[in-house]
Write a protein that binds this ligand. Structure first.
Ligand SMILES: C[S@@+](CC[C@H](N)C(=O)[O-])C[C@H]1O[C@@H](n2cnc3c(N)ncnc32)[C@H](O)[C@@H]1O
Length: 328
């Protein structure tokens, strides 16, 4: 057990030169594939994180408010059933919904520590300071880290832990790596910990597609932001104005695909990689998948990862689900 100081705040960064390498490797790998691709985690620099927050407020983006309402309805029950003393939140972002859980743990008298983990340094620092001020006596240990590579850097548990992985972020993994990732979470939970997994549910494709094609164009800006990231970090010269946002529901795979489509032929140079790639007119590059779930898919994924579903909470319209799970 780590000794923790009541009310202490600490933020550690595990992202450094290696991570520029990760971006470089991902860009080299992704831009030289037959269907060009960039992994979604690179969407979230400080600007990308701000844009994502704006997306969460959009009327079309039902996910955030629905997930919040589910948490509000069940947080006390979750706090009581898990007896959690700490929250280790993966991909915490601005953690607006997390308050609902922290409040319930505080009311139950168990809340001792919050551990936000995100690649976005700005959000981890902001949330660590804000929450340390708001929750008297709770310590905060923030981790600026990649949850796919740095889970072993998490601090030792201080008691039963609850690991929220909210916002449907698990849907960004393709099915095989999703199960592998869930399995790696089993180690983070330990024998008395619980996972709290937020997932968007399969529903009318028009409702899903509208959430990723908002009328104000914020989602388009969020998507295009990845080109600014690559231009800035790797000295690339993407002409951002010559790409447009595309999002569609793949009915067979039951996932949303976000892409960027070149509106005209373009040759892009990536200085740091000494790489030149051509985009044909209307060529598309994949920037995110967001898988949608059914109860069966959730059970199957959890079982394949050595976990069991304790309870599946949903909203009256069955738009979104929050699953409480533990190691089987
Ligand atoms: C869809 S947003 C969800 C944010 C928040 N949890 C919510 O529910 O609104 C995904 C979050 O995960 C973070 N993220 C994405 N990939 C990551 C990775 N590999 N490691 C750590 N954080 C990551 C992003 O920076 C972003 O804050």
């Amino acid at each position: 057990m780590d000794p923790i100081l009541e009310g202490a705040v600490e933020v550690r960064s595990h992202l450094g030169p290696d991570d520029e390498r990760t971006l470089a490797d991902d860009v080299l790998d992704g831009l030289t594939r037959p269907l060009k691709e960039l992994p979604p985690k690179h969407l979230y620099d400080a600007r990308g994180s701000e844009l994502f927050e704006a997306i969460c407020e959009l009327p079309e983006y039902y996910q955030t408010r629905t997930e919040r309402s589910i948490l509000q309805a069940h947080a006390d029950d979750i706090a009581a059933r898990t007896g959690a003393v700490e929250l280790v939140e993966l991909g915490s972002g601005s953690a607006t919904k997390t308050r609902v859980l922290l409040d319930a743990m505080a009311a139950a008298g168990t809340l001792a520590r919050y551990v936000p983990v995100d690649v976005s340094a700005s959000t981890v620092h902001a949330v660590a300071e804000l929450f340390a001020d708001e929750y008297d006596g709770m310590s905060v240990y923030g981790l600026v880290a990649d949850f796919e590579r740095h889970l072993e850097r998490l601090p030792e548990p201080i008691g039963p832990r609850l690991v929220p992985f909210l916002g449907g972020t698990i849907g960004n993994f393709p099915p095989g790596s999703r199960r592998r990732f869930l399995r790696s979470l089993g180690k983070v939970l330990g024998p008395d910990g619980h996972l709290l997994l937020g997932t968007d549910l399969v529903k009318d494709p028009h409702v899903i597609e509208a959430a990723y094609n908002d009328s104000t164009g914020v989602t388009a800006q969020f998507n295009l932001n990845v080109l600014h990231v690559v231009n800035r970090e790797l000295g690339a010269n993407f002409d951002v104005d010559a790409f447009e946002h595309v999002a569609f529901f793949d009915r067979e795979r039951e996932w949303i695909e976000m892409r960027l489509r070149a509106t005209e032929p373009q040759r892009v140079r990536v200085e740091a990689l000494d790489l030149e790639v051509d985009f044909a007119a209307r060529e598309e590059m994949r920037t995110e998948i967001s898988a949608k779930f059914t109860a069966d898919r959730l059970r199957g994924d959890l079982a394949a990862a050595g976990m069991e579903l304790v309870e599946l909470f949903t909203d009256p319209d069955e738009l979104f689900a929050v699953s409480l799970a533990r190691v089987a």
